[in-house]
Design a protein. Structure first.
Length: 277
């Protein structure tokens, strides 16, 4: 007996679009109302089909879906709202946009709980900020930091990750303790695997936790500050959550900044990317 179905119009961002047979397309959608939804768009691979544009990857669309229990939804109608042309024509922005979508897919795979409304709004705001010339690497880092709890990772920023004291400033990050440390604990650098911070890193990351990406104003960071923030979050995701973003590695290669992964047990790699203790 076939299960009941319902039609629903959803705001969507197409995270993935893959051919299915010669004419159809399988899509993974981030929706504001229902989180991640997987659907089939019949004949959407054909350029003359009305679903061709609304179901392309990195497109924000209003899609009508036929939802049937736990099985694949079916896209029945669609209207393309934004194809992010400004991101598509800029290679760096395009690759970082792909990294953002890859991050969201990993959140889904992890089973982490997050408000679908907040996730959708933050991702759309992040893409819009990229379009408005905010550094795409900073946008990705901001989203990585806000989504760490979805992977079961908590980075100590307000309090010392080692002793719990309230932080007024910090010049060191400990991967062993999982966060920033106070000046008293910083003297135990060998014990804590301490990374010496570039000036401004702790302050900027604290501010990142206090406001969502859409609420940030103009951000102007020194390249070394932005690079270290990105490197810290990349290592946290990889070492603590087992998440490595392929698109981010490509982006770093394009910038000429990615030489080798930062291994937890390789002090030389940490010094190369994050600064010598």
């Amino acid at each position: 007996m076939r299960g009941s179905s319902m039609l629903e119009s959803l705001q969507t961002l197409v995270l993935q679009a893959r051919p299915y047979g010669e004419a159809h397309r399988l899509v993974t959608l981030l929706t504001r109302e229902r989180g991640i939804v997987r659907a089939i768009a019949h004949r959407a691979q054909l350029q003359h089909n009305q679903l061709y544009a609304p179901t392309q990857e990195l497109g924000r669309s209003l899609l009508q879906l036929r939802l049937t229990g736990d099985s694949l939804a079916t896209v029945t109608q669609g209207t393309l709202l934004d194809n992010y042309t400004e991101l598509r024509v800029d290679m760096e922005k395009l690759v970082y946009s792909s990294a953002v979508m890859e991050l969201v897919l990993n959140v889904d795979r992890s089973g982490g709980r997050v408000s679908s409304v907040d996730l959708f709004d933050d991702v759309i705001a992040g893409l819009d900020r990229m379009r408005q010339s905010l550094s795409p690497r900073f946008v990705l880092a901001h989203l990585q930091l806000s989504l760490l709890p979805c992977f079961g990772v908590a980075v100590g920023i307000s309090d010392c990750a080692h002793c719990g004291a309230k932080l007024e400033r910090s010049t060191g990050f400990s991967f062993k303790s999982g966060g920033f440390v106070c000046a008293d604990c910083a003297v135990r650098s060998a014990e804590l695997r301490l990374i010496t911070l570039v000036p401004g890193v702790w302050r900027v990351m604290r501010q990142m936790t206090e406001r969502r990406i859409g609420q940030t104003g103009r951000v102007s960071l020194r390249p070394e500050t932005e690079e270290q923030i990105s490197a810290l979050l990349t290592v946290c995701l990889r070492d603590y959550a087992g998440v490595s973003l392929r698109s981010q590695r490509v982006a770093e290669q394009l910038k000429g900044l990615y030489d080798q992964p930062l291994e937890r047990n390789q002090e030389c790699a940490e010094k190369e990317r994050l600064g010598d203790a």
